[in-house]
Design a protein around this ligand. Structure first.
Ligand code: G3P
Length: 217
């Protein structure tokens, strides 16, 4: 499974890159707004760092405008993936942009029906929001299982990009279900490393070694 970082904060991406586990980045209007500055410059900087898929979301609301904005975003860098919100306008825009060879990530997906339509119009990625479903007492991971099964049965090329991830367990569950990608805030990726028994075990190894060395002198 590929891991993307769900952020527009360049320092967080820079801190994770040396680990060799980052395959791409997803942004959204809220994440970019949080950074301030020039969104295009931030997106270009992220593309230069990651050299992998970087999702940039349109803020237009009609298919025509989404297509125009998507074309502009795609010209920023070869790694840009145009993110469009699910809906009638987004589906129409995805069909047109995909037809022009522009990769599209259909986002704000909350049902298998929506994911099916995104795949039918050739989306490169679909982003089901698991955390926001969990927030309303609906299993986000059940949706991931449904979408993975539908895409497998019908051999859709669209990749399942699990989004709105709230913790390491979401990542493990997504991998278990066969999702293609999980996009995580940096703090969630940090959480993937943590286990107290690893820390305790390493401390004991080192203490035993030191004790044995000291006994030799
Ligand atoms: O960026 C898309 C998605 O990951 C947003 O997640 O945490 O705002 O529900 P969240």
């Amino acid at each position: 499974m590929k891991l993307f970082v769900d952020t527009a904060h360049v320092p967080d991406i820079e801190a994770l890159l040396p680990l060799g586990i980052v395959d791409g980045v997803t942004t959204n209007p809220s994440l970019l707004a949080r950074e301030g500055g020039d969104p295009d410059a931030i997106l270009k900087a992220i593309c230069g760092l990651v050299q992998g898929p970087v999702s940039a979301e349109v803020v237009s609301t009609t298919a025509d405008e989404m297509v125009g904005e998507g074309r502009r975003l795609a010209l920023l860098d070869e790694h840009i993936v145009v993110k469009v919100p699910f809906g009638r306008e987004g589906v129409a825009a995805c069909k047109r942009l995909t037809g022009e060879g522009i990769r599209v990530n259909v986002t704000l997906v909350f049902s298998a029906a929506q994911a099916l339509l995104a795949a039918k119009v050739g989306a490169a990625y679909v982003s089901p929001f698991v955390g926001r479903l969990d927030d309303v007492a609906t299993s986000g991971m059940d949706l991931i299982g449904q979408v993975v099964d539908i895409y497998d049965v019908h051999e859709f090329a669209t990749e399942v990009l699990v989004a709105s991830v709230r913790g390491p367990l979401h990542v493990v569950e997504a991998a278990t279900l066969g999702a293609d990608i999980c996009t995580c805030p940096a703090k969630v990726i940090d959480g993937l490393f943590a286990h107290p028994l690893t820390d305790i075990g390493l401390q004991k190894f080192l203490a035993d070694w030191e004790r044995a060395q000291a006994a030799k002198v």
